[in-house]
Design a protein around this ligand. Sequence first.
Ligand SMILES: Nc1ncnc2c1ncn2[C@@H]1O[C@H](COP(=O)(O)OP(=O)(O)OP(=O)(O)O)[C@@H](O)[C@H]1O
Ligand SMILES: [Mg+2]
Length: 303
Amino acid sequence: MSRRLLTALLLALALVLVGAAVGLLLVDDRPWWSAVAGGGVGALVAGPPAFVLGRRTTRLTGGAHAQAVSGLPLVAHVPPPGSDAADARRADEAFRMLRAALVPAPGPDDAPGLVVVVTSAAPGEGKTTVAAGLARALARAGRPVVAVETDLRRPALSGALGVPGNPARGLTAAIVGGVPVADLLIEVEAGLRLLPAGELPPNAPELLGSPDAARVLRELSASGVDVVLDTAPLLPVADTRELLAHPIGRRTVLVSRPGVSDSDELRAAVALLPDGSGAVLAVSGRAHAPRSYDAYLRDGARV
Ligand SMILES: Nc1ncnc2c1ncn2[C@@H]1O[C@H](COP(=O)(O)OP(=O)(O)OP(=O)(O)O)[C@@H](O)[C@H]1O
Ligand SMILES: [Mg+2]
């Protein structure tokens, strides 16, 4: 039994006992039914909140909870998009944190570009937002990036990067038709290009798991750019599992959204990551960081 469920039951029991005691105190001669009536009122008061608390037993409560459940290092808290200037500063900093966790220290050899798979357990946890923010952060650090719309069910990366619509030709044309990737890239900003999904196929898992998909990714990475893949969620469809099976040197960012995401689903998603995924965890949503962090960011911005 989880701690939250136990707490709910203990609270409900306490309210029933208090109700019974109040019932006994209120009625002269303290008949047995006064305790039962008081206990009944206590149960009525305690029931709905205990039910709500008990039902939410598997919901993730925060970044630390997500980290404990996943066993992955939590490297970034990404705030909700598009709010105020403070949120924008926090988001910029979160994506820099993510970049710092993924980019290896410069070595003597020319390292090939990073391949980063951004995914999550379930729909709507913030994958696309994180993929777009990470791609921008890498480009702003002077690393040429190609962001790839690898979610062939709900491609949304072009929108997140501010590029209108999904053109007819994109990743699927490179995989199926052998169209050179260089002909399909769309300029987003200095150092950042987008490979859009293109025409959506009826067989996304087969396409993404094909040797041709591996070829396209290898070609991109061999050209020395960082490749950021925005993908479909891991649990509802096989697309991202197929993609992760390719033996391309890569890192994985697992996105989770405390307050919304389910801890059992997060655990199941981690279990699907193959060995050597180099996975890190990023949480999306509002985090309650100490005020001093914000003051530090604000003061830093004035310098
Ligand atoms: N860091 C965040 N905190 C809170 N809300 C967010 C955050 N990032 C994105 N959202 C909101 O959550 C919704 C889903 O975001 P997003 O499209 O990035 O998720 P997704 O995991 O890619 O979804 P899908 O599984 O449909 O592809 C959007 O409405 C977005 O505005
Ligand atoms: Mg998405």
